[in-house]
Ligand binder design. Structure first.
Ligand SMILES: NC(=O)c1ccc[n+]([C@@H]2O[C@H](COP(=O)([O-])OP(=O)(O)OC[C@H]3O[C@@H](n4cnc5c(N)ncnc54)[C@H](OP(=O)(O)O)[C@@H]3O)[C@@H](O)[C@H]2O)c1
Length: 250
């Protein structure tokens, strides 16, 4: 049990990567809190964790709203007495070439993906410092620092910002016991990697042409990478941005 009794917060924990990661931490003994805007999906994650024999609870929060994030961290600390690990995974996606992309889409994507990670760390770090330290993993993307794809400018800009913010915060806090890294997934098996109108078979065909490994990543694979990065096994990994992308950016 690598995370026995650790308090782990996973934003965006109602679906996709966040749900899988929450289940992974719970299987390793953690007390997991999943947060997102939609309560129903979060409650479904809690049920799945409990059916695995683990412990989890759900809190509704909007990571793009400062008061909401402050309240989230406060409630985690009040409920569990501290915060040991935070996986800042909540994210949204938009497509459109720069001149065509509605301004609201750009603002929304940056507001959730980048400002959301800033607000999360702003409130998580003091809670971790108060408890003697902690670990943060921010979910960035292969698209951003590592690769550009036409039509994904807003998303790429937000995720490149996550990497830069992660590296800076890592330098600021490693001396005080908070270890901060990013992880940059390539296409994984969630609804976010589907293009409009695509079936799973269409996606498989597209990805088989695009990715050296010839397939999307599984949720178990990304969960394994996130858990390793958050674990003591990665204690010397600081300010890194670990790419998990089937060779896409090799
Ligand atoms: N899947 C991939 O191929 C891939 C590749 C690279 C990076 N990523 C990154 O991995 C992360 C997880 O993505 P996913 O594929 O698992 O997609 P997903 O299933 O759409 O999950 C995104 C989660 O974020 C939550 N969320 C969105 N806006 C939020 C907000 N304002 N406040 C709180 N929670 C919010 C959503 O829940 P609510 O809507 O209920 O709030 C949802 O649970 C994202 O950061 C994404 O950019 C994914």
């Amino acid at each position: 049990m690598k995370f026995q009794d650790k308090v782990v917060l996973v934003t965006g924990g109602g679906t996709g990567i966040g749900r899988a990661v929450a289940r992974g931490f719970a299987r390793e003994g953690a007390r997991v809190v999943v947060a997102a805007r939609g309560l129903e999906a979060l409650e479904q994650t809690v049920k799945l964790v409990e059916s695995d024999g683990g412990r989890a609870s759900a809190l509704v929060a909007d990571v793009s709203d400062s008061a909401s994030v402050a309240g989230l961290v406060e409630q985690v600390v009040a409920r569990h007495g501290g915060l040991d690990v935070a996986i800042n995974n909540a994210g949204v996606f938009a497509m459109g070439e720069v001149a065509d992309l509605p301004e609201e889409d750009f603002t929304r994507v940056v507001g959730v993906n980048l400002t959301g990670v800033f607000l999360a760390m702003k409130h998580e770090i003091p809670a971790m410092l108060a408890g003697g330290g902690g670990v943060i993993v921010n979910v960035a993307s292969q698209v951003g620092t590592h690769k550009r794809i036409p039509g994904l400018g807003a998303y790429a800009a937000s995720k490149a910002g996550v990497t830069a913010l992660t590296r800076t915060a890592a330098l600021e806090y490693i001396g005080r016991g908070v270890r901060i890294n990013a992880i940059s997934p390539g296409p994984h098996d969630t609804s976010m990697s589907m293009r409009p109108g695509e079936t799973e078979a269409d996606r498989a065909e597209r990805i088989s042409r695009q990715l050296p490994i010839g397939r999307v990543g599984s949720l178990d694979e990304i969960t394994g990478s996130v858990l390793w990065l958050a674990s003591e096994e990665a204690a010397f990994v600081v300010g890194a941005d670990i790419v998990v992308d089937g060779g896409s950016t090799a």
